[in-house]
Design a protein. Structure first.
Length: 147
């Protein structure tokens, strides 16, 4: 949240930023991360998309790295350009965490999927901000298609 807020409001501080609270939330998620990501095989596509975001936010965690085959499989369900596939591929790129790949993906996807984040913002924040924008669009699309 801190990184995403910083990127969204760059160069100003986010008006509701709470670094201490966000650090406690991060620690809480890290404590249950293996159990959350272990649910991948039993969950529907919608929950898998949410789990992909969690893995992307915690790229150094062993549980996130273990999710990479599942992310690749889910991305394969959405070939070509399009929001669900782009979202899952970006989540996978963030989970792998190679800076040059993350930068290339963020630059390529920003113009198609969201309002640009200041290039002066830290890359991790820019990427998470973009992922959040894409998730918001996915939710809106799903809601519009739901009768």
């Amino acid at each position: 949240m801190s990184e995403r807020h910083e990127a969204a409001c760059r160069p100003q501080a986010h008006p509701r930023a709470n670094p201490a609270g966000e650090e406690r939330a991060r620690a809480s998620v890290e404590a249950v991360l293996p159990q959350l990501l272990a649910r991948w095989e039993t969950e529907c596509v919608t929950v898998r998309i949410a789990l992909a975001a969690i893995a992307a936010a915690f790229p150094s965690a062993d549980a996130s790295q273990g999710l990479l085959p599942g992310l690749r499989g889910l991305a394969g369900r959405y070939p070509g350009r399009g929001l669900p596939g782009d979202y899952v591929r970006l989540a996978g790129t963030l989970t792998v965490g190679r800076r040059e790949n993350v930068l290339a993906a963020v630059e390529a996807l920003t113009s198609r999927n969201g309002s640009p984040t200041a290039r002066s913002a830290p890359l991790a924040g820019r990427a998470l901000h973009l992922l959040d924008q894409m998730l918001s669009r996915l939710r809106a699309t799903a809601k519009a298609q739901d009768p």
